[in-house]
Design a protein around this ligand. Sequence first.
Ligand code: PLP
Length: 393
Amino acid sequence: MKTAPQPVIYLDNNATTQVDPAVFEAMLPWLREEYGNPSSVYSLGRRAASAIETAREQVAGLIGSRPEEILFTSCGSESINAAILSAASLDPDKTHIVTTAVEHSATVKLCEHLARRGYEITWLPVDSRGQLDLEKLERALRPDTALVSLLWANNETGVLFPIEEIARLTNAKKVPLHVDAVQAAGKLPLDTASLGAQFLSLSGHKIHCPKGVGALYVNKRMRFTPWLRGSQENSRRGGTQNVASVVGLGQAAELAARHLTEDDPVRALRDRFENSLRDSLTGVEINGDPEHRLPNTSNLAFAGIESEAALMLLDEEHICCSAGSACSSGSVHPSHVLKAMGFSNDRARGSLRFSFGRFNTSEQIDTACEVVPRVIEKLRRLSPSGSPVVMAS
Ligand code: PLP
């Protein structure tokens, strides 16, 4: 007789999240009897179009924008590509883009591609806390700068850039700003109306919606050139909308907004886990500015271990977490984010990211507080050098 798989303790919510049952339920009719094309004029189509407009209002509600400033995409990466490519194509004399050394691969790869096409990219460095020097950012803004594109919250460390100050600087120089808010949305209050960014990217699967749907906010005063051409989304994004996923994203956004107004139990779980590990183990350091971090993220450097080996042992104990970002997992290269913060290869390779979510329970944290130190101690005993690697501070 087959035994049921052990339930996992999922501490990798920055990689993706469990679908909220309410999101799943909201999507079901749009996968079954409500199969109309939202562009069709008969009622089956009009109901689908109306469901999309409701989702647009729900997403706008989460980020404090107008519904007409939201367009639906297939993922966060598409939103990022659409924003950067639009800004880069508006004025042939503006061929300079400012970004940072710690961006998600969607931004990194696109900027590298644009650099090969003749654009000049300024990659702003970060300090050992993962923070930017805003004077450097201000100095980087030039008359030919087409766009500043940067993260609000780093997916690996959770470090938050001071996005309001950054928006003040870019607006003063009249340079458009794109904010990759894929990790921040649903974890922090967002208000695009007061922020003053021109673009902002979101992704469904980080907020308890299935993978494969995202949204892009485009400020109503910002000119937008579509990347994927067609008549849908007011001619700003071609392709028949993925109605079920868009409905799911709307539902997920509404639920996220509701959870934001309550006390943050996820922060309490993260803090308890982190404090417990630091009490029970030596040689543990937080990667990233501890004061300005997402409330759900704990990126920890463990002296004397290889994080890939830790991932395997933790997997045997049914605990999921990440070494660096999920998108670079499987690669032997140390995380570009930790390297940009000036850390040694050893520190980067000994780092694990634990990221918590609203479906984690207190009992799961109790288990993780027992298992993770045991696994780290075991790896240290097995370390071929026999002594923990000394970490750079
Ligand atoms: N930006 C950040 C900060 C992310 O963490 C991710 C996903 O890991 C993305 C963008 C890309 O989002 P998606 O997976 O929906 O393409």
